[in-house]
Write a protein that binds this ligand. Structure first.
Ligand SMILES: *Cc1c(COP(=O)(O)O)cnc(C)c1O
Length: 405
């Protein structure tokens, strides 16, 4: 079937169920290399006229199954410029960081600049400021919620080659207008990439607005169960994805492995079901916290109090499952709250079926100077929460008891 009515069917059937042994699910092809019957066959495979596999760093059927599913999810319901169903190509990587490295190295060279927003994921921020900087690629960080600043930056700085958008983003769940920023970028012929990790393709499809690349840390909602680190880079220029981007990917060596790819394929089958429940629970948790006496502030775009409430409603199906909130009692209250949790899990990361709670000031950002982290909105009493799909009353009861003096 070419067309499905929703993404659950896409997630389960986009790749079909054909393989050499009629296995229902794509097997875990735990093999580094593939055999040739003859020298002639080897030659044809290297020439590309025979598409059979050669070596797993260059591709493996277990990776392909996950890649084709992700490409189909991001393209679901979208059309290309000529009005035909949009076709995308995805490349699975060993981590989000590896996929991001391919994205930047395959598209930028010394002298180019990347324009981005200040609430970037920490790993992306460091990758740009350490690794890319060392290759001669500069980064300019602005507040991309102000479209005048975006227009100003790209008209004044002709070295800007790429705009990298992450929306929604840590820690205050700020959103950037993908459609408006892409429109400005395309007037100048710039490359646009979007980190869609927090939303997942079920909640947000950046290719709808004409972006060039979408990135996910598959570690989060796509896998959904916290079983494997992984990343994916998806592009709409199929020729470029199959040649230059693929070449960088293969040379950098950040390939996935068959077992992680299998876990990802398995997790994605329930993406729609999980996201519906994640988001329904998150909305109720946000409402509960907003009226709680111990809470100073809740950052969740589902609440009308969030500055990006309208923007999130425009470009996302639901406001997502990640939020942060501020305890009135500061650092000590934050630590005490975290320690008292009985069911919610104390851990960084996000997007797993169970609720994860972290306290950036004492955990992920402990090593960063206080003034520095406060500039990025990471205040002493800030709690980051990825709301899971447990039964809602149990999440609320756990929060209630942990917030009691
Ligand atoms: C986790 C994450 C990454 C990095 O991905 P890894 O899988 O940890 O390498 C990048 N961007 C966002 C938004 C993330 O949450």
């Amino acid at each position: 079937m070419d067309q499905f009515s929703g993404i659950s069917s896409v997630a389960m059937h986009a790749t079909g169920h054909k393989n050499a042994d009629d296995a229902h699910l794509t097997p875990i092809y735990a093999t580094s290399t593939f055999t040739f019957d003859t020298a002639q066959q080897g030659m044809e495979r290297f020439a590309g006229s025979d598409k059979t596999r050669i070596y797993s760093r260059w591709g493996n059927p277990s990776f392909t199954a996950a890649e084709e599913t992700i490409a189909a999810l991001e393209a679901f319901g979208l059309k290309d410029e000529s009005g035909s169903p949009l076709k995308l190509k995805a490349l699975l990587h060993s981590s989000g960081q590896a996929a991001m490295t391919t994205l930047f190295l395959a598209n930028l060279k010394a002298g180019d600049t990347v324009l981005s927003h200040f609430s970037l994921y920490g790993g992306t921020h460091e990758l740009l400021h350490r690794v890319m900087d060392a290759t001669g690629v500069k980064t300019t960080i602005i507040d991309m919620r102000d479209l005048n600043l975006v227009a100003d930056a790209i008209s004044k700085d002709s070295s800007i080659r790429m705009i990298h958008i992450e929306t929604p983003a840590n820690p205050t769940i700020q959103c950037v207008d993908i459609e408006a920023v892409t429109k400005l970028a395309k007037e100048k012929g710039l490359i646009v990439s979007v980190d869609n990790t927090f939303a997942s393709p079920y909640l947000q499809q950046p290719f709808k607005y004409g972006v060039d690349f979408v990135f996910h840390s598959t570690t989060k909602f796509l896998n959904g169960h916290g079983t494997a680190i992984g990343g994916v880079l998806i592009g709409k220029d199929l020729e470029k994805m199959q040649t230059s981007v693929w070449k960088w990917h293969v040379l950098l060596g950040g390939n996935s492995n068959a077992f992680d790819a299998f876990l990802l394929s398995l997790g994605m089958k329930t993406l729609e079901l999980r996201m519906e429940r994640h988001c329904a629970n998150a909305m109720e948790v946000a409402r509960f916290l907003e009226q709680h006496a111990a809470i100073a502030k809740v950052n969740y775009t589902g609440l009308t109090s969030h500055p990006d409430h309208a923007l999130a409603a425009k470009q996302m199906r639901h406001p997502g499952a990640v939020m942060s909130y501020e305890l009135k009692g500061g650092l000590e209250a934050g630590k005490k709250f975290i320690d008292k949790l009985q069911m919610c899990v104390r851990a960084i990361s996000l997007g797993t079926v169970d609720t994860l709670v972290s306290h950036p000031a004492s955990m992920s950002h402990f090593g960063i100077a206080r003034e520095e982290r406060i500039k990025y909105g990471i205040t002493d009493g800030l709690i980051r929460m990825s709301v899971g799909i447990e039964n809602l009353p149990d999440i609320l009861n756990d929060l209630e008891q942990a917030l009691k003096d």
